[in-house]
Design a protein around this ligand. Structure first.
Ligand code: PLP
Length: 399
């Protein structure tokens, strides 16, 4: 007897070894700079924390409808109207335990065994695993650096087969930071409409855009696309609420019902206190103030990081316009060595970097980007500076 194939099929995270090692080094008193952060280094704003206290004091500590409180779903509909010009009613919204859970639910609702799901690469490492958990087949489609890692309509068209059920679309993207323009999305939309496939649109980094880039939801393209799109969003990144675990889907009623039914038998409602805090987070003007401060900090750090990387030899990067990551191309270091240790892969580069200069980064293999490492700038300016000094030193050591 052995455990289920479904469970066996999930890939272990390649980043675990590096994360575990950097943690051990820190415990041993070594000053490790980690560029691996996947969450804002800001506290959840006070007004949201106060709202959670109110929820507790008012006894909002019981079950809610499994899809979330009506008031929160109404607040989400207002947000979707205000920010994305999209009309949804509360019965099209399901609130879940973080955007990751919403993505899982969306996949479970859409994907049948053997269905193909297209994932533009580089991708967030969780996507292929979620497709596999739905017994679907993840189909990674490589994007080009010269297109800013954005999938083109032609690339999409070529990847579609009779088995294609959906596209996972992520703009702004983790890990590339690419933000698709309205024109680029409209071009993709034409192909999607013709093929009649679904889109799971992960918009979690919507508010983190720079240099005048604008977020545009693919569901805005046409009534057809609206019907076929499941928007996934949440408050983890926008309001620095990663630990509160609130995400949501916005979809047609059939999908929303299916997700709600599944959720009612699995996790039931998301945390009631966090739901109220999220309702306040979305509805208060104070959110804009917080966002401005966070965006300003990220804008400054991003600029600094790009300038530093551009000034380095051997490594390079494609300018990202959203999220809080920069992909650094490190294939120029392949076949070079430090102290006799030859680097052949991004994983080798990441491991040696941690060994030699105490800097932790995420190797690109996990994202379907074998020639890159991912650096997060959701860490202090001081750490960014120290870390980049060390990376520069590391690059110079490689012969
Ligand atoms: N989608 C992307 C692209 C992410 O990078 C993340 C978190 O890192 C998530 C979804 C998950 O968000 P949550 O913490 O709300 O589950």
């Amino acid at each position: 007897m052995s455990i289920a194939n479904r469970a066996k099929g999930v890939s272990p995270s390649l980043t675990l070894a590096i994360t575990a090692k950097s943690k051990k080094m820190k415990e041993d008193g070594i000053d490790v700079i980690s560029f691996s952060a996947g969450e804002p280094d800001f506290n959840t704003p006070d007004y949201i924390i106060e709202a959670a206290k109110v929820a507790l004091d008012k006894g909002m500590t019981k079950y809610t409808p499994s899809s979330g409180t009506l008031n929160l779903r109404k607040a989400i509909c207002e947000k979707l109207k205000k920010d994305n010009n999209l009309d949804y009613s509360p019965n099209q919204i399901v609130v879940s335990n973080g955007a990751k859970h919403s993505l899982y639910n969306a996949m479970q609702a859409i994907v049948n065994p053997g269905d193909e799901v297209i994932i533009p690469a580089p991708y967030w490492l969780t996507y292929p695993e979620l497709v596999k958990l739905s017994d679907g087949i993840p189909v990674a489609v490589n994007t080009c650096e010269k297109n800013g890692f954005k999938l083109t309509a032609e690339e999409l068209e070529q990847a579609i087969t009779p088995k294609t059920k959906a596209l996972i679309f992520n703009s702004p993207s983790n890990p590339t930071g690419s933000v698709y323009s309205k024109a680029e999305i409209t071009a993709l939309a034409k192909v999607i409409e013709k093929a009649g496939i679904y889109v799971i649109s992960d918009e979690i980094y919507e508010k983190l855009v720079y240099d005048g880039a604008q977020h545009y939801s693919i569901a805005e393209c046409s009534p057809k696309l609206y019907e076929k799109t499941v928007i996934v969003n949440g408050v983890s990144k926008t309001y620095a609420m990663t630990g509160w675990r609130i995400g949501y889907t916005a979809s047609n009623k059939e999908i929303a019902n299916a997700i709600d039914n599944m959720q009612s038998h699995t996790t039931s409602n998301a945390n009631s206190i966090a739901q109220y805090a999220t309702q306040v987070a979305l509805s208060s003007e104070k959110g804009n103030e917080f966002l401005r401060v966070m965006q300003d900090a990220f804008t400054k750090r991003r600029q600094f990081m790009l300038e530093r990387i551009k000034a380095m030899s051997i490594v390079s990067c494609v300018e990202p316009h959203g999220a809080f990551y920069v992909m650094m191309k490190v294939s120029g270091l392949f076949n070079k060595a430090i102290d006799g240790k030859v680097m052949k892969t991004a994983q080798d580069v990441a491991e040696l970097m941690l060994d030699k200069v105490n800097v932790a980064v995420i190797p690109g293999e996990s994202f379907g980007a074998d020639e890159y490492i991912r650096l997060s700038y959701a860490i202090s300016e001081k750490d960014i500076k120290t870390g980049l000094d060390s990376i520069e030193k590391f690059v110079a050591l490689a012969k």
